[in-house]
Design a protein around this ligand. Structure first.
Ligand code: ADP
Ligand code: MG
Length: 269
């Protein structure tokens, strides 16, 4: 055994013990290169440290992507902004950078008829935010309401809401699908209040506000919920025809302009 082999015999074990897997994997190549190119020792040390930190960040993003439960394949890259002129690409890109609105716990509301791209835009934005180091959870609103109601019945609502605090952004897809029976105990209102000015919500809905009376037990609570949501919010009304339908028409070679359906009217807000 050479002197070097004796010196490094315990290194894999030590790096494992210190939980430095990237250095554990990469040190043989990098030390060989450093020896060959005559690097100063400090340069090698700092290179290895950088590699470990970079890999740690990458693993964290991977974990956060799994926990975010985003629908697959919905990205900002494959979102066609020209199809939704009222959704400014520049503003969405600024939101995807994250920091300032998430720090304030500001909200984002996406309204539009079915197929207008709300879920895609929400998921794509969520994915970009995770990639930029934030924590996100994407959920159908009805699923989350169900979970929170179960928690309330077990007298665990506060704990369940506190657990959601770890997410910088909670994406509630399809708020307008919350059923009357689900609305009764108003966990949704508790959630909105709990996150108000602290943690961000991204809500998608077919109906802007007009129909929200159905979602909350009484008009006062509806007003209070909307008030909190819009206090610090960006609102996009995506009043375009279904992208699926347009894509189907496009495939048949019919220009959309030749056979437009009347666009659904926006509800008064
Ligand atoms: P919504 O949630 O508003 O009902 P979706 O986001 O589910 O609509 O969009 C319906 C389908 O059309 C999805 O497959 C989505 O990826 C696609 N889609 C919608 N808008 C766009 C767009 N602007 N660019 C690319 N794909 C889109
Ligand atoms: Mg949707």
């Amino acid at each position: 055994m050479s002197a070097l082999e004796v010196d490094t015999a315990r290194l894999p074990l030590l790096l494992h013990e210190l939980r430095l897997p990237a250095i554990g994997r990469l040190w043989p190549d990098w030390t060989a290169r450093a020896d060959q190119e005559g690097w100063p020792a400090a340069r090698l040390l700092s290179t290895l440290a950088e590699l470990e930190v970079a890999e740690r960040a990458r693993r964290r993003v991977e974990r956060h992507l799994v926990e975010a439960r985003l629908p697959p394949d919905k990205t900002l890259d494959n979102f066609d902004f020209t199809a939704v002129p009222m959704l400014s690409k520049a503003r969405v890109m600024a939101l995807a950078a994250g920091d300032s609105w998430l720090e304030k716990g500001a909200n984002l509301l996406l309204f539009g008829p079915p197929g207008s791209g709300k879920s895609h835009a929400a998921a794509a934005l969520g994915r970009a935010l995770v990639e930029n180091g934030h924590r996100v959870l994407f959920t159908r609103t009805t699923d989350l309401v169900q979970r929170l109601q179960a928690a309330r019945q077990a007298l665990q609502l506060e704990a369940a809401l506190a657990k959601l605090d770890k997410y910088d952004l909670l994406i509630l897809d399809d708020l307008s699908y919350v059923g009357k029976d689900q609305a009764e105990t108003s966990v949704l209102f508790e959630l909105i209040s709990a996150r108000y000015e602290r943690r961000s919500l991204l809500i998608t809905a077919n109906q802007p506000f007009g129909e929200w009376g159905r979602i909350f037990p009484d008009p006062a609570m509806t007003v209070a919920a909307i008030d909190r949501l819009v206090h610090h919010a960006t609102i996009f009304e995506m009043n375009v025809e279904s992208y699926r339908r347009r894509a189907a028409l496009g495939r048949k070679g019919k220009a959309l302009r030749q056979a437009p359906d009347p666009l659904p009217e926006a509800q008064p807000s």
